[in-house]
Design a protein around this ligand. Structure first.
Ligand SMILES: NC(=O)c1ccc[n+]([C@@H]2O[C@H](COP(=O)([O-])OP(=O)(O)OC[C@H]3O[C@@H](n4cnc5c(N)ncnc54)[C@H](OP(=O)(O)O)[C@@H]3O)[C@@H](O)[C@H]2O)c1
Length: 328
């Protein structure tokens, strides 16, 4: 697998691995922890060097899983995690990016990740109660102390990115981006290009939708976040299906899978973009990694863009409560 450079010279595999689903959001959670350790190590064997977790995934257990799985190869991989929540009794109860909280979370994450430095430490959501300059300042102190190597933001608006970057260089912004979530294109991506910051698209497979594995007959089980997302309502799914049908047709013509087309489309946007598809299965991990071998022509790209624009997207990407936290 080839590597790509995010900002500040941080090199990562072109396709990373999103680890969230190993502990939450796509219920039921995997029963066997050893299986997930096997998936993480299989990823390393296949050239993946970029792993994404967060304090709040689980909470805590996802970082512990990633820490255990990657301990033997720690110096060969880039581990990204995130802070920014107040967690009480195992549940996140709101945002908290106060500097003292960031410092506390960093120490706890280091322990769970079994490491002495976090490669990339993102603010998970912009906290309206804490100026982003203070957040950047707190991370800068952690960098100074050697506990963190790089600073990132997630779902931040362009103006916030600029303010943070002025205090401490931002290495990567992680936000939702895929064929059916185009929000970063208008302001965030041009800002990153100007400032030399990398971009990490999350939910690059549209939470599974763009692979063709989800349709109106899919019954989301308990603990599956998609049951609460408007885009996955029956009516919206039915309307959005036309986009996937088109991706499936193109995939057949290119001897690829629909998921590979969705990832190749992202990789073709910019050389400083590294998507982090999430999976709990080795065969899907291999399939997703294979997207680096899929070359889309300029005509393919134009065709995908025109089709996505024509069909449009029906339904928000989050429920109203979560929508209030993004793009700030
Ligand atoms: N910063 C943030 O706020 C934020 C928010 C959400 C996610 N993230 C990060 O981004 C990562 C990826 O996002 P995501 O997991 O939400 O969405 P995603 O990568 O778009 O999709 C994951 C879903 O697709 C399925 N899948 C994966 N590869 C597949 C394939 N080749 N064929 C068919 N189905 C496939 C997975 O199921 P299986 O697991 O069963 O394969 C899972 O249900 C997360 O793991 C997390 O690290 C960050």
């Amino acid at each position: 697998m080839h590597t790509r450079a995010l900002g500040q010279g941080l090199e990562v595999s072109a396709i990373g691995l999103g680890c969230m689903g190993m502990s939450q959001s796509y219920g039921p959670n995997p029963g066997d922890r050893q299986d997930m350790i096997g998936v993480l190590r299989a990823a390393v064997d296949r050239g993946v060097t970029f792993f994404d977790t967060a304090e709040v995934y689980g909470p805590y257990v996802n970082e512990e899983l990633v820490g255990e799985a990657l301990a033997p190869v720690r110096d060969q991989v880039v581990v990204a995690t995130k802070f920014g929540w107040r967690i009480e009794d195992g549940t996140s109860v709101g945002l908290d990016s106060r500097p003292e909280q960031i410092t506390k979370v960093a120490d706890a994450s280091l322990r769970r990740l079994r490491t002495d430095t976090i490669d990339l430490f993102y603010q998970h959501r912009v906290d309206p109660d804490v100026p982003v300059e203070d957040v950047a300042g707190a991370v800068a102190e952690l960098v100074q102390a050697g506990k963190v190597r790089h600073f990132g933001l997630s779902e931040a608006a362009a103006a916030t990115i600029r303010r943070a970057h002025a205090v401490h260089p931002v290495t990567a912004v992680q936000s939702e981006y895929s064929l059916w979530t185009r929000d970063p294109e208008s302001e965030v991506l041009p800002t990153l290009a100007e400032l030399g910051i990398g971009f990490v698209p999350f939910s690059p497979l549209g939470k599974g939708f763009l692979t063709g594995a989800v349709d109106t007959t899919t019954a989301f089980t308990e603990g599956d976040i998609r049951a609460s997302i408007p885009r996955f309502d029956q009516d919206n799914l039915a309307a959005n299906q036309a986009l996937v049908d088109h991706v499936v047709t193109l995939a057949r013509a290119r001897n690829a899978t629909p998921g590979q087309i969705a990832l190749a489309w992202l990789l073709a946007q910019q050389p400083w973009i590294a998507p982090i598809p999430g999976t709990r299965r080795i065969e899907r991990l291999e399939e997703n990694a294979g997207s680096t071998q899929v070359a889309l022509s300029a005509d393919d790209m134009a065709d995908l863009d025109a089709t996505a624009a024509r069909i449009g997207v029906h339904g928000d990407r989050y429920n109203p409560q979560h929508m209030r936290l993004v793009g700030k």
